[in-house]
Ligand binder design. Structure first.
Ligand code: GLV
Ligand code: MN
Ligand code: MN
Length: 420
């Protein structure tokens, strides 16, 4: 049965959130700590020190992940891995990812304090740069661990023209060594990530915990609309080839696909940029950035084809050409049924109610699923809010998540073979 968390656990989680959130970019809204930024760099020494203080052997791997190891009794047994991320989106909050890193460190501490020695090494990871960044790529550290970061990825450019490879080098990481991650190359038994839900379901249902069933797939595109520059005062409405209007039609098309989606399908346009600076010129070149997400792969691939055709037809009717660059951030990933079962049993053993729940956000777990059976545990998010400064989960809820994580790790450790 669940026992009330100790005062020490609550204090450590609480001060952890407060101290980590002090590392943020004061020039940006919220608790911004973007990958490769100075606040991020500074925060990582704090995180490494926190891991050491919890009794972990710590190193930073060649991909920039902070890795803490709690040795098990059977050195040759496949390891258990847990962790999350400590970077935020621009204008983000204090809990997304952070709960999973602080929670894993606390879990490692509680295992030691209870005198439990796992058979398997427990590897706690703060993955480098999980949030989608100015290069349009998420999960940098877990992609490297899973050998999925490509040289084409390193050639991606941000809005200033800087490549991702250069950003790594400027941060002090050698781009040619990013896949040199020995801890991830050894056999792994399972990966479990504790995370905030980032949606309203658990809070609405009054449930303290969710066990993730699947993680959303994400398709992104940049559409470039090419019309014709003309005098905004003298060109009649019928004679225009207005790239901005074509982009506006496209924004609405994206929205209506999202509105027609089955449960857990969403579509968002995040940015529209015009090359025209003058207020009196019909816009001739406009770029629009959008993404579509779902845990249903069939809908996701269908919407890609439909949107391309619909946006192109609407643009053609306006005399505007359009080109698309589609990229898959990640495909839909199912959580391993065996890990879901173990996590559910661990929560049952605490005497707590829970529900199976899909994740509309992406996670490092997507890439870790290529290395080991993967599972995730969610705790409630106040008002379902996330990726904004108001993001909040109570310390008591985080402590409950840590309890569930500890129970899940113990049970996974006891399995002789990998969960299915
Ligand atoms: C990460 O939080 C994402 O879902 O974009
Ligand atoms: Mn996250
Ligand atoms: Mn996030």
């Amino acid at each position: 049965m669940s026992q009330a968390p100790s005062r020490e656990t609550l204090d450590r989680l609480d001060t952890g959130v407060t101290e980590l959130s002090a590392f943020h970019d004061g020039d940006r809204p919220g608790w911004t700590r973007e990958v490769f930024s100075e606040p991020y760099r500074a925060s990582r020494d704090w995180t490494a020190a926190r891991m050491r203080d919890a009794g972990l052997e710590v190193h930073v791997d060649a991909a920039g992940n902070i890795v803490g190891r709690l040795p098990g009794t059977e050195q040759s047994a496949p390891a258990l891995v847990t962790g999350s991320h400590t970077d935020t989106v621009d204008g983000g909050g204090r809990f997304d990812g952070i709960v999973g890193v602080l929670g894993s460190i606390e879990a490692a501490r509680l295992l030691q304090e209870s005198g439990t020695r796992l058979r398997r090494d427990l590897v706690v990871v703060d993955f480098l740069g999980e949030e989608s960044n100015v290069f349009g790529l998420s999960c940098l550290g877990s992609r490297s661990a899973a050998q999925e970061l490509t040289s084409a990825d390193l050639d991606r450019r941000d809005y200033r023209g800087v490549t991702l490879g250069q950003a790594y080098a400027d941060y002090g990481l050698e781009p040619s060594r990013l896949l040199d991650v020995p801890w991830a190359k050894r056999p792994l038994h399972a990966f479990v990530e504790l995370h905030i839900e980032q949606g309203p379901t658990l809070e609405k249902r009054g449930l303290p915990l969710g066990v993730v069933t699947a993680i959303t797939g994400i398709e992104r595109f940049v559409a470039t609309f090419a019309g014709a520059a003309d005098h905004a005062g003298t060109t009649s409405m019928d004679d225009r080839r207005d790239a901005m209007v074509a982009a506006a039609e496209a924004v609405l098309a994206v929205r209506s696909e999202g509105c027609g989606a089955p449960t857990h399908g969403v579509a968002t346009s995040t940015r529209v940029e015009s090359e025209s600076r003058s207020p009196n010129v019909v816009p001739s070149l406009v770029r629009m950035y959008s993404e579509v997400r779902s845990v249903d792969p069939a809908w996701l691939s269908g919407v890609k084809g439909r949107l391309t055709a619909e946006i192109a037809a609407k643009a053609a009717a306006l005399g505007v050409d359009v080109g698309f660059e589609w990229s898959t951030d990640n495909a839909v990933v199912q959580a391993a049924p065996g890990v879901q079962d173990v996590a559910g049993a661990a929560v049952d053993a605490l005497g707590l109610p829970w529900m199976p729940i899909p994740s509309g956000a992406t996670h490092d777990a997507v890439h870790m699923a290529d290395l080991a059976p993967m599972g995730m545990i969610f705790i409630p998010s106040k008002g379902g809010k996330s990726h904004c400064p108001e993001e909040w989960s109570s310390t008591a809820d985080i402590a409950t998540g840590v309890d569930a994580l500890v129970g899940t790790l113990r049970r996974l450790d006891a399995l002789d073979s990998r969960p299915s």
